[in-house]
Design a protein around this ligand. Structure first.
Ligand code: GLU
Ligand code: MG
Length: 448
């Protein structure tokens, strides 16, 4: 980190923000519980923040979803300090929060060394390593959310995907899209989803760190717009136990130069040999990835058959009950459109950790020559039980055990990050051990 260069750039950015009447900057990071936390500085302190970082206790690595604090082998307790360094290239004036801008941070030690528990630096390192091996990942999270009142009454009464819903909340929908457009977020689609009061928005793919940054920016923007309409929003895996939940599906494609590895080859539906190897590895490791992508006890209330949540460890072209849905795109656009959707993930995930983990697996397995098992072309729940593909873990402890047993992810994460992450999982499992599904939903509903 070149402190002087950072300071010079921050002066330029701060002047630009001041000219837009921005007075304060929200500096966010996402903790291991999947909660976005924040410190803020006035615009005229951005220069100092960029040069020296903003102080923050490392204890946040072991914060749980209910703000209780656990400990891990390396993290916990009141002692220590980390420096939050804003990524100046991401500073964005917030359209729905007049006077405010936002930037994500990387976490460094007071000695200016990258902090090994920093999830964003983990995603950055994974992206860099893949790039050095000639592999580029392009990713986009999909956002599903519930908008309603604090007692979980939905904001609309119209039918699923209904135009009625859009009419009822036309101004709200337009305000969400206008705010994102003002912040230069490339929205691709927006619609009312299936569950009562549920909406969905998708954005264009980007490199893994950008995709994760966008996940934070998009969600907080939706939250801010919703607040101005008196609406409470939830990106939690389940809002009401027993109903269809909110997914946080991750779309990805893998590229070598101009070649999308998920099309134009001789494998199933045209995937290349390298693309197939990546997909086979991701499918094989979905149980381990699930600990990161579906990290809450609430995640396992969502991840059940016939909810389009992808609860099976199988793949299929356009199969929305498969953990891995292959999207080929239409004939003529496949070179850019082909991608894979990891459907089992949800909005409790730390988007940096998940993007970094998927990138790590892809880079480690592109050249491994792995092949996909047979495709599942039906709803797995319709098959006679002996013919059904395996279910993904049905509980958080099962997924955590798979993560710990994995041979790629733990060494890539490193001990500090892995142990802090798993400590939070284990603590949250204990917090909700005796809770009913309704209680789990109520306790996590407004946390993500
Ligand atoms: N809401 C579903 C989920 O929990 C996804 C519905 C869809 O296919 O978009 O993942
Ligand atoms: Mg959806």
């Amino acid at each position: 980190m070149d402190r002087q260069q950072q300071a010079a750039e921050a002066r330029r950015v701060a002047a630009d923000l001041a000219a837009q009447d921005v007075r304060n900057i929200a500096l966010t990071w996402v903790d291991n519980a999947g909660v976005t936390r924040v410190k803020t500085v006035p615009v005229d302190r951005l220069e100092r923040a960029a040069e020296w970082g903003v102080g923050m206790s490392p204890v946040f690595d072991v914060f749980c979803v209910d703000d209780s604090i656990t400990t891990s082998r390396h993290a916990g307790g009141p002692v220590g300090d980390l420096r939050l360094h804003p990524d100046l290239s991401r500073v964005t004036a917030l359209a729905a929060q007049p006077g405010w801008a936002w930037a994500p941070v990387d976490r460094y030690t007071q000695e200016g060394v990258p902090y090994p528990g920093c999830q964003r630096l983990f995603a950055r390192a994974a992206t860099e390593q893949a790039r050095e091996a000639g592999l580029e990942l392009r990713m986009a999270y999909e956002f599903e959310w519930f908008a309603g009142t604090l007692d979980a009454t939905p904001s609309t009464t119209g039918p699923a995907y209904g135009m009625t819903r859009l009419v009822e909340l036309s101004g709200y929908a337009d305000a969400v899209l206008a705010a994102l457009a003002a912040q230069r977020v490339p929205v691709e689609q927006f619609h009312p989803e299936y569950a009562a009061g549920q909406w969905e928005l998708s954005v264009a793919p980007a490199d893994p760190v950008t995709a994760a940054d966008r996940a934070v920016l998009v969600r907080q923007t939706i939250r801010a717009v919703s607040a101005t309409f008196g609406l409470q929003v939830s990106f939690a895996p389940v809002v009401v136990a027993g109903q269809v939940g909110n997914g946080g599906h991750l779309h990805l494609s893998a590229w070598t130069g101009e070649q999308n590895l998920f099309t134009g080859g001789g494998g199933p539906h045209g995937v290349t040999a390298e693309g197939e190897s990546i997909l086979a590895a991701l499918l094989h490791r979905l149980p381990a990835l699930l600990a990161i992508g579906a990290p809450s006890p609430a995640s396992y209330l969502r991840l059940v058959p016939r909810h389009w949540a992808g609860p099976y460890q199988c793949w299929g072209r356009e199969n929305r009950e498969a953990g891995l849905r292959l999207v080929t795109g239409s004939e003529g656009e496949r070179d850019t459109a082909a991608n894979a959707e990891l459907k089992c993930f949800d909005g409790a995930a730390n988007p940096y950790l998940l993007a970094g983990a998927v990138t790590t697996v892809a880079a480690a397995t592109r050249d491994a020559g792995l092949t996909l098992p047979p495709e599942v072309t039906v709803d797995p729940a319709d098959l006679p039980e002996p013919d059904q593909p395996p279910r993904l873990p049905t509980s958080l402890p099962e997924a955590v055990a798979a993560l710990r047993a994995d041979d790629i992810l733990p060494p890539a994460m490193g001990d500090l990050l892995l142990e802090a992450f798993c400590a939070v999982r284990e603590a949250e499992q204990a917090i909700f051990a005796d809770a009913s599904p309704a209680d789990v939903a109520a306790a996590t509903r407004w946390r993500y």
